[in-house]
Write a protein that binds this ligand. Structure first.
Ligand code: GDP
Ligand code: MG
Length: 298
């Protein structure tokens, strides 16, 4: 801990925005590590995930959030609540957008964000694939919506503008002692990250409603001498989805298991034995007790 250093800066940098604008990609770029899973599909992130970046003179706590969704079930209500909660405890708020967001503004959220005293940065992402004229138009749009915000344009994926943005974050960060021990990287456990790595493979390998019907729970996590034994349950809503997850002769679940195991081994830096089970849990997305058990109220 750097408690004695009066020049130490620390604070919460909360990243909010619509689904799929690149919030998790930006957090990972800042952290230089994969803290949050990224997929081409919307609503990949379902929780608030904190990543701690601690250096000699500062500690930035990046908070990744789910996208600002229109809730259709209790799980999505919880996801939206995480996004709103990120408005409450930010030292700096990063509102991430893509140029297409102009057509899908959640006015409720924007108004709440606008009335905060928290420093607000509006960041237009994906400039590597967007037309500069469209980006310029989006800048005017957002400056009108958020008159007191600082505007940035970046590519979280390619890195353009990320350094400049980081410098401004550091400049704006308040003087404060560190909140977390310097050797900690996140508020989430290894088990959580392992379940996210498995869920990432579900998002990448299945289509339509399947990824949104799935939740992953770690049932066993045993560190043996030379291998970590992990047993995980994949919950789906219906029997038919169970069959799709397993695939013909188990081919799909095998593929998911192989990919996930590789990534878990890399994450843990150890050999891993991974076993996956598929279970039907009818209506889990609307059942408060199950959602609690799945960590949606943490
Ligand atoms: P989130 O839902 O806001 O967390 O978005 P993700 O970080 O999961 O990213 C959604 C998709 O956008 C993924 O396919 C990313 O690879 C892609 N993406 C994110 N940032 C950029 C960017 O700067 N440029 C491009 N071209 N794609 C990006
Ligand atoms: Mg995300």
């Amino acid at each position: 801990m750097h408690k004695t250093n009066s020049n130490f800066k620390a604070g919460f940098v909360n990243i909010v925005g619509n689904p799929n604008v690149g919030k998790s990609t930006l957090v990972n770029a800042f952290m230089g590590e994969k803290i949050s899973i990224v997929t081409p599909k919307v609503q990949t992130t379902r929780h608030r995930i904190l990543g701690f970046l601690t250096q000699e003179n500062y500690q930035i706590i990046f908070s990744d959030t789910p996208g600002i969704v229109q809730p259709n079930n209790e799980m999505q209500n919880r996801m939206l609540a995480y996004s709103f909660s990120a408005l409450e405890d930010a030292d700096i708020l990063l509102y991430l957008t893509d140029i297409e967001d102009i057509k899908r503004v959640n006015e409720d959220f924007v108004n709440k964000a606008k009335n905060l005293l928290t420093p607000l940065f509006v960041i237009i992402n994906k400039i590597d694939i967007r037309n500069p004229e469209e980006v310029a138009k989006a800048k005017i749009f957002w400056q009108e919506k958020f008159p007191s915000a600082a505007l940035f344009e970046v590519s979280a994926l390619k890195g353009n503008g990320v350094k400049e943005l980081f410098t401004r974050i550091l400049d704006t960060l308040p003087y404060h002692p560190p909140y977390f021990p310097e050797d900690e990287l996140s508020d989430k456990s290894e088990r959580f990250f392992v379940s996210e790595i498995i869920r990432e493979q579900i998002f990448l390998n299945y289509y339509k409603e399947i990824p949104y019907a799935v939740e992953v729970q770690i049932e066993e996590f045993k560190e043996k001498e030379d291998i970590t034994v992990i047993k995980a349950k994949i919950f789906v809503l219906r029997e038919s989805q169970k069959n799709i997850i397993i695939g013909s002769k188990g081919a799909m679940i095998k593929k998911v298991g192989i990919e996930a195991r590789k990534n878990i081994q890399q994450f843990l830096g150890r050999k891993v034995y991974l076993e996956l089970f598929v279970k039907v849990r009818k209506g889990w997305r609307d059942d408060e007790n199950t959602l609690k058990q799945f960590g949606y109220f943490d």
